[in-house]
Design a protein. Structure first.
Length: 188
């Protein structure tokens, strides 16, 4: 079923929207959560919570042409929250590793909610422009690592690179991003 038809089911408050979503995107959503959590039952819980949040957010949102990115953002945030809960229990792994990698580039959050939202939008604009200036391969590797949480070995296999080449590419991209953010007035 096409995304726009699935969104129409949500808008009509037809519960089959959830089963259609699960059929079309369930495995991908579960994999995205599991990339971060490395815990299939927790990933499945995030997937199911994603359907509930989609039900609650459609309407007012109508992601007819971007349903998977809409769902992916939800499941990703749920998995990050689950990972944060785990880290508070001293059982974190991937999320902490990625946080350390990106901490050298990104500014720490500060200020009130409105200021934080404005800063997040500005950072998103800078990051989009930064990625647009790089080759597709570099963009894909960056996104695979920091959006999909792929491991360095997984990225290497996907693109036919050695792990050291992937690590070097990511290191250079982070360094360039840090420099770009500093140029824009942001400091880590």
């Amino acid at each position: 079923m096409e995304d726009s038809a699935i969104v129409e089911l949500y808008l009509a408050r037809d519960e089959s929207a959830i089963s259609e979503t699960a059929e079309k995107y369930g495995p991908r959503l579960r994999k995205l959560a599991d990339q971060l959590l490395h815990d299939p039952p927790a990933a499945e819980e995030c997937e199911n919570d994603t359907y509930l949040q989609a039900w609650e957010r459609i309407p007012p949102h109508e992601p007819r042409t971007y349903l998977f990115p809409f769902l992916g953002k939800i499941v990703r945030h749920l998995a990050i929250d689950a990972c944060r809960r785990r880290s508070s229990e001293k059982r974190s792994a991937v999320f902490c590793e990625l946080t350390k990698e990106m901490a050298e580039c990104l500014p720490s959050g500060r200020g009130d909610e409105a200021e934080s939202a404005a800063e997040a939008a500005e950072l998103a604009r800078i990051l989009d422009a930064f990625l647009d200036r790089h080759r597709e391969e570099q963009r894909n590797i960056f996104v695979r690592r920091y959006w999909y949480f792929d491991t360095v070995p997984e990225i290497g296999r996907r693109y036919g690179f050695s792990q050291s080449k992937v690590k070097m590419m990511l290191s250079r991209l982070r360094e360039e991003l840090r420099a770009e953010l500093e140029k824009e007035g942001y400091t880590p």
